[in-house]
Design a binder for this molecule. Structure first.
Ligand SMILES: [Mg+2]
Length: 485
């Protein structure tokens, strides 16, 4: 990709693809609310003169992806003829422009189909920006001065929680340690947790096998889906605990610690260490999380989660409707005595919802989504607010392409914004990475490797062959399936 700095380059055209993977056939991605998901990408490639290209996407579960693709076209049309460099000079202003079509905003504003479509377009412009500078996206952002980073952030409607001036002060305070943190995370990787061992439609045998594999691969944070049946959840939770808490399944390379309780040397990580304190870690330092995917009313959530107290989760994720800020706060208050936290965010449709979740003390963990918030500029605003409220950010990932994006966002959070990572854990699900030119990867300690190609931008680019196979309904896979009917 030729780098271009020419001020005269202009965005000329775009291509949109409705790409759907038949994950419903294997039960991947199944939870209490989403029982047959075809992981899908509403994908855009944006082209400019000078050889510039940017790829962006948002994520859906199958049917409806074509509606998002139509909305992406409407948002992208306004970019034709614009100069990429004028966007790059102030990505916050570019973001406001993309959200502010006087007719399109009526079908949001800043929520639903139009907002996730804006995410795809904003992500494509950021990908183009990073590629134009020959850096992975995270590196582009952490190399910005505090002033540039604040200018790239979406601040509208959140200045009652954080002002530009406060954000600038926070970023300046983190400036001196940036280099050191970058070196460290390149060396050790970014902490991850695994979800793909605990999908709801998997049999106990499959869950047990996958959990053993995950422990052996170095993971020590694990998530299970709950909410369809309490008895079954308790049984599966105990099964998972019996594996993740048992030192015999740990890899031979696992670390050891001296127990502060009986002074003996044990395999695993110290559950009473600063990184694991308050996470209900078991004797090997294993942490279990639960995800209900919005299935309960508020009182039901409290009762159901209390009935699972015995398996000691760190948090319950999405216990109720994603818009119900005060409901989440009530659940969090009620579960405090059980030592169980509340996490949410993958369906929080904009920065204002995150602002209120933080202001209402409703969450212990902030789960941003790279494709539901309208791209990187809005993500930056949530990272800054979460850092100010001292709530760790553990991005939602999985699906298709979300892990590829999320590692960039967690690196920005660690290196430039919050300055910490050891209590964080970025979601990982082991599906569909093979379709990307620059797939994410996990090291031998169960942590994300740092994306480091100068050509990868936001790591969004999919193989043309994958698009040709899975484009709906004309891709070779879908044509073949249709002929079989
Ligand atoms: Mg979830």
């Amino acid at each position: 990709m030729p780098a271009s700095n020419a001020m005269s380059d202009k965005i000329t055209h775009f291509e949109i693809h409705d790409i759907r993977f038949p994950t419903s056939l294997t039960g991947d991605g199944t939870d209490a609310m989403h029982t047959d998901c075809d992981y899908s990408s509403a994908y855009i490639s944006l082209y400019a003169t000078g050889g510039l290209v940017g790829h962006g996407m948002t994520f859906t579960l199958g049917r409806g992806n074509e509606i998002v693709c139509q909305a992406i076209a409407e948002v992208a049309k306004r970019l034709i003829g614009r100069e990429p460099e004028s966007f790059f000079a102030n990505m916050g202003a570019a973001w406001e422009f993309m959200c502010a079509d006087p007719q399109l905003r009526w079908i949001g504003p800043e929520k639903g189909v139009i907002h996730i479509a804006t995410a795809a377009v904003n992500n494509a412009v950021w990908d183009m920006f990073a590629r134009a500078r020959g850096k992975p996206l995270w590196k582009l952002v952490v190399d910005m001065t505090p002033e540039e980073l604040v200018n790239a952030t979406a601040f509208r409607y959140i200045t009652d929680a954080i002002t530009r001036e406060e954000a600038l002060e926070m970023l300046k305070a983190k400036e001196p340690g940036k280099k050191e943190r970058e070196v460290r995370v390149r060396e050790v990787g970014y902490p991850a947790y695994i979800t793909s061992a605990g999908w709801l439609a998997y049999t106990d045998e499959k869950v047990a096998g996958l959990m053993k594999e995950a422990v052996a691969a170095g993971f020590n944070h694990f998530k299970m889906k709950v909410g369809a049946d309490a008895k079954s959840d308790l049984r599966r939770g105990k099964l998972i605990r019996s594996i993740i808490d048992d030192p015999q399944y740990l890899p031979t390379s696992a670390s050891t610690y001296t127990s502060s309780i009986d002074g003996t040397v044990k395999k695993g990580r110290d559950p009473n260490s600063a990184e694991l304190k308050g996470k209900n870690a078991g004797p090997t330092g294993a942490v279990l999380m639960m995800d209900a995917n919005q299935v309960w009313d508020v009182p039901q959530a409290i009762e159901y989660v209390k009935s699972l107290e015995e398996i000691k989760p760190w948090f319950i994720e999405e216990p109720t409707a994603p818009d119900d800020i005060l409901g989440h706060a009530a659940i969090r208050r009620a579960l405090k005595e059980s030592g169980i936290g509340v996490a949410t965010g993958e369906h929080a449709h904009n920065r204002m919802v995150f602002k209120q979740l933080l202001q209402a003390d409703a969450i212990d963990v902030c789960q941003i989504d790279s494709c539901r918030l309208a791209g990187v500029s809005e993500v930056l605003s949530v990272l800054l607010m979460a850092a100010k409220f001292n709530v760790p950010v553990c991005p939602h990932a999985g699906g298709v392409g979300l892990c590829e994006h999320a590692i960039h966002l967690s690196l920005i959070d660690y290196i430039a914004v919050s300055g910490t990572m050891e209590r964080n854990a970025l979601e990982f699900a082991d599906h569909l990475h093979e379709h990307f030119h620059y797939p994410c990867s996990i090291n031998e300690n169960g942590r994300y490797n740092v994306p480091s190609s100068s050509a990868e931008g936001y790591s969004t680019e999919m193989y043309k062959a994958s698009i040709a196979e899975y484009e709906w309904p004309s891709g070779s896979y879908w044509v073949k399936v249709g002929e079989g009917k």
